[in-house]
Design a protein around this ligand. Structure first.
Ligand code: NAP
Length: 309
């Protein structure tokens, strides 16, 4: 089968499509025939490494791709999926030599859930990584309907899901994004909008005297976003390098996404009930992964890029 890998991470590294043996699922795992796999910022980090250092122990190759939608093609022992079942799944590791951007991917059954019935695979593939990140970031903030929540990068993949889920829970959402994205984030349920050119802390305090009770920093702004949070408020970073120091008694948490079957089920139910908006920017054949990564790196995308094997 074909798989996207990075063989020598570094500033000039490119993802490569290579021929590899089709992997077999062991006990507790399934093999998914990939129908769609998204391209995410983390793919660019696998390629370059962080600060020139590869993510995990050096090996011949690093697998690329976290999100998948497809069909169960083979099952290991003790698995409650059947061959032919449509699923979504997440490869939530960096220390793997094969991942979701491939003709087939082997995943632990706990990383997989039945696919939504209301959307095609291209859209379904956009759910796992960024939907789980949004859910887990909101859980870490432990919000109630009395909270005011700043979401930076509100028009992005994580930010958009977080806006829609938090707003549906009755939380006042203050969205920070590019001015052109105001209609989009308001349609997702944001109560207030701050354009990215604004002085964020002052703009937030003009809306919520003293600052918001909580912030989800999906644009990785770090200290600027924390400054918009009131003393002893709560802050979630989803980017390790930009996690700010918890000044003024704030509680700062860095959330790194992990697979969770019941949360995948929750996201699928939201989609099928029309409460979670999926956005696909463009699709590319799997062999155009380098072009897709360049398009992502250029910025300004609205919706996810999806690779089709
Ligand atoms: N911790 C985890 O487990 C986890 C999981 C998923 C993602 N992430 C990370 O989370 C971040 C967001 O991921 P994503 O997939 O949602 O990226 P994305 O879709 O590119 O969204 C980021 C958004 O932030 C916007 N933005 C940039 N600067 C801004 C500013 N100053 N004010 C307001 N908005 C701004 C971007 O607009 P433009 O495109 O116009 O610049 C874009 O809409 C990335 O750093 C990613 O690596 C972490």
């Amino acid at each position: 089968m074909r798989a996207v890998v990075v063989r020598r991470p570094g500033p000039e590294a490119l993802a490569e499509l290579v021929e590899v043996p089709t992997p077999e699922p062991g006990p507790g795992a399934v093999r998914v025939k990939v129908a769609a796999a998204t391209v995410n910022p983390v793919d660019l980090m696998v390629r370059t490494g962080v600060g020139g250092t590869p993510f995990a122990a050096p090996r011949d190759q690093w697998g690329v791709g976290w999100d998948v939608a497809g069909v169960i093609d083979a099952v290991g022992a003790g698995v409650d999926f059947t061959v032919g079942q449509r699923v979504i799944g997440i490869s939530d590791r960096l220390d793997v030599s094969l991942a979701a951007q491939a003709d087939y991917v082997v995943l632990e059954a706990q990383n997989v859930a039945p696919a939504p019935t209301s959307v095609p695979a291209t859209a379904a593939a956009t759910i796992p990584l960024n939907g789980l990140t949004a859910l887990q970031a909101l859980a870490a903030l432990d919000l109630t309907a009395t909270d005011s929540l700043l979401i930076t990068g509100a028009a992005g993949a994580v930010g958009g899901f977080a806006v829609e889920i938090a707003a549906a829970r009755g939380i006042r959402v203050i969205a920070a994004a590019s001015a052109a994205d105001e209609p989009t984030v308001r349609a997702l349920g944001a109560t207030d909008f701050i354009p990215r050119e604004a002085d964020l802390p002052n703009a937030v305090r003009a809306l919520v005297p003293g600052g918001v009770t909580a912030a989800l920093d999906a644009a990785a702004l770090g200290p600027d976003a924390l400054a918009a949070v009131r003393a002893r408020g709560r802050f979630v970073s989803i980017s390790v390098p930009t996690t700010p120091i918890p000044l003024r008694g704030t509680e700062v948490t860095t959330v790194l996404v992990h697979a969770d079957r019941s949360q995948l089920d929750e996201l699928v139910a939201l989609v099928d009930n029309g409460h979670l908006t999926l956005r696909v920017a463009e699709t590319y054949p799997l062999d155009q992964v380098v072009t897709a990564q360049r398009r992502l790196a250029a910025g300004g995308l609205r919706g996810r890029l999806v690779l089709i094997p």
